[in-house]
Design a protein around this ligand. Structure first.
Ligand code: NI
Length: 134
């Protein structure tokens, strides 16, 4: 059985490598290398798979999952500049791929081992990412 909680957060980022020239960063990252940053309205789905608890009838209490997502994801990333405000991206380019990977690791550490965890992240309406561990 799979259950899902969806959240939104808004964040700014810039895709570039300090160890590359401006020309190379422009060639690889294009507009995403704008030195003045740009933002996205991210949408994340957190999917939990597990058995129904016969006592509660729940796979997981979605109120508890909501609070974990708020603490680990929303409070960490919402209305932040991912490059400048978030230590997770001090040495990691804040692409959607890396955002979903970091988020998965943060949430995984908070969830019981009995659950499988899958994340989906929309960076734009048309750019969608999914991760469920290795
Ligand atoms: Ni972007």
């Amino acid at each position: 059985m799979k259950v899902c909680r969806r959240v939104n957060f808004n964040a700014a980022h810039r895709l570039y490598r300090k160890d590359w020239s401006d020309e190379k960063n422009d060639a690889i990252f294009g507009k995403c290398n704008n030195p003045n940053f740009h933002g996205h309205n991210y949408v994340m789905e957190v999917w939990i798979e597990g058995d129904i608890d016969p006592e509660t009838g729940y796979v997981i209490d979605l109120k508890i999952l909501k609070d974990i997502i708020k603490e680990e994801i929303v409070e960490r990333f919402d209305h932040k500049n991912l490059n400048l405000d978030c230590s997770e991206f001090e040495n990691l380019i804040p692409t959607a791929e890396n955002i979903i990977l970091v988020s998965w690791n943060l949430l995984r550490s908070r969830l019981d081992e009995k659950f499988k965890l899958k994340l989906k992240l929309w960076e734009t309406e048309n750019n969608i990412f999914e991760y469920e561990g290795l």
